[in-house]
Design a protein around this ligand. Structure first.
Ligand code: NAG
Ligand code: NAG
Ligand code: NAG
Length: 301
């Protein structure tokens, strides 16, 4: 019998979601979109209760939030759940050995017209739900990302903050951000060769196709680092400095040049064979918060 393995990959602070997925999957003996939704819900509820306990002593906790991108490969199927503006890109290689990049997730970022339209329809009574400020679309004029775990001050009125950066012009009528994940399921085919999961810091400087071409045309070892370096070189080029200059910058100055970048590359060739083995993985990040786990879940279908 083939072993049953569940693989999780996540970027940006969502280890808790993964733990909940494992727990709920064991309880219900299955992995499904409902299980994943339940895990995001439990994580958000848990975090909000931490905010509630700490708020009077440390109000700033209400402004803490995180994006979360999770991928699960299960019996030849790929399930992806996304909250925020990290992105999953699939690289497929056809007979001509050309690589094609396909973006699997939607960025939850107010710079996208679809996101703005969705927000306007959910908040038709609020003329300032999305506001363009200094050329940048922001929800309530404050934040670009439209879904997150946390950011309680934009979800519950009781956590409103009297800090200029986070102050709303009027009390919240209802949550303006949600922790509801966008979910995607697809059957993996033999042409599907690899997945790239990365935070928006990478995608600001590399297109999906550029990133996929780098992965396809280079050795597997250290490929995540190579992607990161390509993004940093592009960031440096934009401000007319060299890659070495970027590396010399202090953390504070560096933030002006590029955002934090986390990137995970997963090779799918053993997975599409559906023999349940663990795919090859390469990851790199400034945040030490990428999880690549391998859980054996007996009895789950
Ligand atoms: C979690 O699920 C419960 C029950 O369906 C629902 O009432 C609650 O609003 C959800 N919470 C979040 C944060 O989505
Ligand atoms: C939203 O998208 C814009 C444009 O692509 C990007 O510059 C920005 O970093 C994104 N926002 C966040 C919070 O990542
Ligand atoms: C299963 O995957 C492993 C890689 O870990 C590979 O060596 C093996 O040949 C595969 N078996 C089958 C039946 O595809």
């Amino acid at each position: 019998m083939l072993s049953k393995k569940l693989l999780f990959y996540s970027t940006v602070g969502c280890y808790v979601v993964l733990c909940f997925i494992t727990g709920i999957a064991r309880e219900r003996s299955t992995i499904s979109e409902d299980v994943i939704r339940g895990a995001f819900n439990a994580t958000e509820e848990g975090f909000i209760s931490v905010v509630r306990r700490s708020f009077s002593l440390r109000p700033i906790i209400a402004a803490m939030g995180s994006c979360c991108l999770v991928g699960i490969i299960w019996n030849g199927k790929l399930l992806i759940a996304n909250v925020g503006d990290s992105r999953a890109v699939l690289g497929s290689v056809g007979e001509s050995n050309k690589v094609v990049a396909e973006q699997l997730t939607v960025d939850h970022n107010a710079s996208s017209e679809d996101v703005r339209n969705e927000l306007r329809s959910l908040h038709s009574d609020d003329a300032s739900i999305v506001v363009k400020r200094e050329g940048v679309w922001r929800i309530k004029g404050i934040i670009q990302v439209s879904r997150s775990i946390g950011d309680a001050y934009l979800k519950r009125r009781e956590f409103s903050l009297n800090i200029p950066r986070f102050r709303l012009t009027e009390p919240l009528r209802r949550p303006v951000l949600t922790a509801e994940p966008s979910l995607y399921t697809r059957v993996l085919h033999n042409n599907d060769k690899f997945l790239i999961f990365a935070s928006d810091g990478l995608w600001e400087h590399l297109s999906n196709q550029e990133a996929a071409a780098i992965v396809h045309n280079n050795p597997r070892a250290g490929i995540a680092k190579r992607l990161l370096k390509a993004a940093l070189m592009e960031a440096a080029r934009k401000v007319r400095i060299t890659y070495d200059d970027v590396k010399q910058c202090k953390a504070g100055e560096r933030r002006q040049i590029h955002d934090d970048i986390s990137v995970v590359v997963m090779f799918l060739d053993h997975v599409t064979g559906q023999n349940g083995s663990v795919p090859e993985l390469s990851f790199k990040g400034f945040n030490n918060n990428i999880v690549a786990s391998n859980f054996d879940l007996e009895g789950i279908t």
